[in-house]
Design a protein around this ligand. Structure first.
Ligand code: ACO
Length: 331
């Protein structure tokens, strides 16, 4: 679609809970080791939401920062998209709680569910509304209280995940502006839905004792199979983004990948011949924060002075569904 408008990131924000859970802490309750977790995943520690925190409270903090850095007031926000697979409750949407907290009552607020790919899916939706000229300011937030849906006795999954939130304020700008979201590409393959799943029935058969006894309200993952699919899909969709924008690896200042596993990112970088020093990684500090991992990466990199005006970042994600996608942002 040719448009006189495009979307641009005008502000960013992120929040992680104070409580740190280290690999050493996990050694006390699980048959695991800091050495195993570090070498297999790159993770050293993750953050855990306090009892009074949830996806909506973390999202609101990150969103407020994004609004402040964009110098946009809550009543100027046209839409709030919360990307989460750990909503506070089944309904209303977590986005409605965030709207209430921000007092952003001129917005349409809703959640989307694309698990770890959520943020890029949200970015893609927001981009279309802004390009169409319909709206001016859209908050896209990834927020996850993963600690609430991991089985803390399952060493193959619980070591991976952490809690946190990240947000961007996307603004409608004219095509001639130098900054902007240059592209988004998103995909799904439901035939791979068994790879990572929280299988407990809600709408299908109601919350039931068997699912509770079988721990089906927690994440179940075929880690190895997911790993292989993740490397292939993420590499291909990043290549697609580069080709779409006529960019070479040398033109890109950073790769900001979903933080599922350091080894997945290294394998993608190797396949693409992407220099490791240009990759933004936060997994060592926060683990896999699912839909929050990309916008947490933005904020972390900005605070470290790694993202400068004019830089080009390519994003790559893969998550349950299976879902995957990429985006290119000029800052
Ligand atoms: N500590 C010690 N040993 C462990 C642990 C642990 N925490 N977890 C598993 N093991 C053992 C296994 O039991 C197995 O033992 P065995 O050989 O005696 O059977 C051995 O380690 C190897 O297990 P694998 O599952 O083959 O280990 P792998 O190297 O594949 O690493 C991991 C597992 C980290 C989960 C990896 O497969 C992975 O990262 N997968 C991808 C995850 C991902 O990308 N998810 C997508 C996003 S998540 C989302 O969308 C919600």
């Amino acid at each position: 679609m040719n448009s006189i408008f495009k979307a641009a990131v005008a502000g960013t924000g992120a929040y992680v809970p104070e409580k740190v859970l280290t690999n050493k802490d996990l050694e006390k309750s699980l048959d695991t080791s800091d050495e195993w977790i570090t070498t297999r995943t790159g993770i050293k520690e993750r953050r855990i939401a306090a009892d009074n925190e949830s996806a909506s409270t973390m999202a609101a903090v990150a969103a407020r920062q994004a609004l402040e850095s964009a110098e946009v007031s809550p009543d100027e926000v046209d839409m709030i998209i919360v990307c989460t697979s750990t909503p506070d409750v089944l309904f209303p949407s977590t986005a409605c709680f965030v709207q209430k907290e921000l007092q952003a009552f001129n917005s349409a607020a809703y959640d989307i569910s694309a698990v770890c790919s959520g943020f890029v899916f949200g970015l893609s939706i927001a981009e279309q509304y802004l390009k169409a000229g319909r709206y001016e300011n859209i908050l896209v937030i990834g927020s996850e209280a993963n600690s609430r849906i991991v089985d803390w006795s399952d060493r193959s999954t619980c070591i991976l995940f952490g809690d946190g939130a990240g947000a961007v304020l996307l603004k409608r700008v004219e095509q001639k502006e130098s900054i902007g979201v240059l592209s988004t590409h998103i995909y799904s393959d439901g035939s791979l839905s068994d790879l990572i799943v929280v299988p407990g029935a809600i709408g299908k058969a109601g919350v039931n004792k068997k699912d509770i006894d079988d721990k089906n309200y927690f994440i179940k993952m075929s880690g190895n199979a997911t790993f292989k699919v993740a490397v292939k899909r993420m590499s291909n969709v990043i290549l697609e983004a580069l080709e779409y924008n006529n960019l070479k690896i040398d033109d890109v200042d950073h790769l900001i990948p979903h933080q599922a596993n350091q080894r997945i990112v290294s394998a993608v970088a190797e396949k693409l011949n992407f220099p490791e020093e240009k990759i933004i990684m936060t997994i060592q500090k926060y683990g896999n924060t699912s839909a929050a991992s990309i916008p947490i990466g933005f904020e972390d990199a900005k605070r470290a002075g790694k993202i400068k005006p004019g830089d080009i970042s390519v994003l790559g994600v893969v998550g349950a569904g299976l879902t995957w996608g990429s985006a290119v942002i000029k800052w």
